[in-house]
Design a binder for this molecule. Structure first.
Ligand code: PMP
Length: 355
């Protein structure tokens, strides 16, 4: 077929499954197991659908103002998009426009190499050390930009703000993006650095700690300069991204800080309790500061456990990739969900030969 020669071909990112069956213990995509804030649900009930005939505010002003007030920055330092995937993809397009390679870890969010390929951006992988930690020196050479999640995914490992500051300070000729999708689960954010470094962009999401994966809200905070460039690209691509209900409900979610903190603390407690129990069963774990655990069993291969769990309607995540193919990533669910996981694993390991 001649026409296919002119088509852009990409190998897409593969997201975790979204099964229809509500009975499945779904621990595969790092969603929040608790509902969104009751204040948001009340606001949703008041929303008039008559308004939907109008285009939404293309600046998502209400949401941007709420975020600016919450994080104590100016509204001109905030950019909102359709999930952090949207914000990150636009950021690749905007900030990584160099012949030099963009740097990110070899084990990391597997969308980064997809965006680099989609946007034609050269990139180089920086191998994490044997404990899955970043080697700072890898990021202190000429580059066309830097990005990594903190805590990292799927390892859950948190880097210090000191490490981030050194990388940002020593790379003033490129933009450094810290993807803080999981920062609310016990990590220290690098946000305070944005006032000192114009080349730093922090990206966060409502999908995990704010229990709103279905609403699709992500945002970036950085210098006015970076946010200005990001808006220019966005308005050259698609002006109306966030829809009207997302803007309204996102702002309502930000206002309910007490519920946010309570939810996050419940997840942290369940993470710590489940981690201790998994260790008793012969799993080794990274020190995850995210809403998931990254585990490997001393004698049973991860691929086998993944399949056995799946057959028993417990969904977790496994990647057939170098260095992590013997690991499972398990989202922290409710205590009841974790009980089902632990009960199954206990029983499975007890009955399996060779354990
Ligand atoms: N960054 C990281 C590290 C993630 O794991 C995810 C979730 N898949 C995202 C960004 C994107 O999340 P969302 O688009 O739902 O904000």
């Amino acid at each position: 077929m001649g026409f296919e020669q002119n088509i852009r071909r990409v190998e897409p990112y593969v997201a975790g499954e979204q099964p229809e069956d509500k009975d499945i213990v779904k621990l595969n995509t790092n969603e929040c197991p608790y509902p969104p804030s009751p204040a948001l649900i009340r606001r949703a009930e008041q929303l008039s659908m008559q308004q939907l005939r109008l285009y939404p505010d293309m600046n998502a002003g209400k949401l941007v103002d709420a975020l600016a007030a919450y994080y104590q920055v100016r509204p001109s330092q905030v950019f909102a998009g359709v999930g952090s995937d949207d914000v990150l993809s636009l950021s690749f397009m905007t900030f990584f426009h160099s012949d030099r390679p963009v740097l990110f870890p070899d084990v990391t969010y597997s969308f980064y190499d997809v965006w680099a390929q989609l946007h034609g951006i050269p990139y180089e992988l920086c191998p994490l050390d044997e404990n899955f930690c970043i080697r700072r020196e890898d990021y202190l050479r000429p580059n066309g930009g830097i990005i990594f999640p903190n805590p990292n995914a799927p390892t859950g490992i948190l880097e210090s703000v000191d490490t981030i500051e050194e990388i940002v300070r020593k790379n003033q000729d490129s933009v450094v993006i810290i993807d803080e999708a999981y920062i609310d689960f016990g990590g220290e954010s690098a946000l305070p650095l944005v006032d000192r470094y114009e080349n730093l962009l922090i990206v966060q999401t409502f999908s995990k700690s704010r229990a709103l994966a279905g609403l699709r809200i992500g945002f970036a905070i950085g210098s006015e300069k970076l946010i200005g460039y990001l808006k220019d690209v966005k308005f050259s691509f698609n002006s109306y991204t966030l829809n009207l209900p997302s803007i309204e409900l996102g702002a309502a979610a930000v206002a309910d800080d007490a519920y946010f903190r309570e939810t996050v603390n419940k997840i942290i407690r369940t993470r710590e309790r489940t981690g201790a129990e998994l260790a008793q069963l012969g799993f080794s774990l990274t020190d995850s500061r995210a809403n998931f655990l990254f585990v490997s069993h001393e004698s049973v291969p991860a691929a086998e456990l993944f399949a056995a769990l799946r057959q028993n309607r417990i969904y977790v995540r496994h990647w057939n990739r170098p260095r992590i193919d013997n690991h499972l990533r398990i989202t922290v669910g409710t205590d009841e969900q974790m009980e089902r996981l632990l009960a199954f694993l206990k029983n499975y390991l007890k009955n399996r030969k060779g354990v």
